[in-house]
Design a protein around this ligand. Structure first.
Ligand SMILES: [Fe+2]
Ligand SMILES: [Fe+2]
Length: 137
């Protein structure tokens, strides 16, 4: 029944993850200035985390009988570093909420490994948000 809702929720989050790792990759590439070196390194490191999240979601969509459909938001990222950080803190917060909902849905459907992994990914996003907050001073 709601397997459809779960698959579509996972697919929506997959698109958010793909948009995120592309955005972080471009932001890391565009940041200049010694004072922002830590922010640049943070974005570089988080690309790998977000790719891992996307990969897990794509695998699970397939496992549940769905087909991953990619139409990520490809809007150009902000040029200003503070704007990047503020924007991404909001996005990370939204990701935490999405993963919390996906965990509840997975539990309802009896997918316990998926439920745990969604909670783990929620925790990763919360750590990303905290790190951004620390770097934004
Ligand atoms: Fe992520
Ligand atoms: Fe994140």
């Amino acid at each position: 029944m709601t397997n459809h809702e779960l698959i579509s929720g996972l697919n929506n989050q997959l698109n958010r993850e793909v948009a995120t790792f592309l955005r972080y990759m471009l932001q890391a590439a565009s940041i200049k200035g010694a004072q922002w070196q830590n922010v640049r390194e943070m974005y570089q490191a988080e690309v790998t985390d977000e790719v891992g999240h996307a990969q897990y979601l794509a695998d699970q969509i397939t496992m549940l009988g769905g087909v991953p459909a990619l139409r990520p938001d490809l809007s150009p990222p902000p040029a200003d570093v503070r704007e990047m950080l503020n924007n991404d803190m909001r996005e990370e917060e939204a990701d935490v909420r999405n993963y919390t909902k996906l965990a509840a849905l997975a539990e309802q459907e009896g997918h316990f490994a998926l439920k745990m992994k969604m909670e783990e990914q929620a925790a990763d996003e919360d750590s990303h948000r905290q790190e951004m907050q620390r770097l934004s001073g």
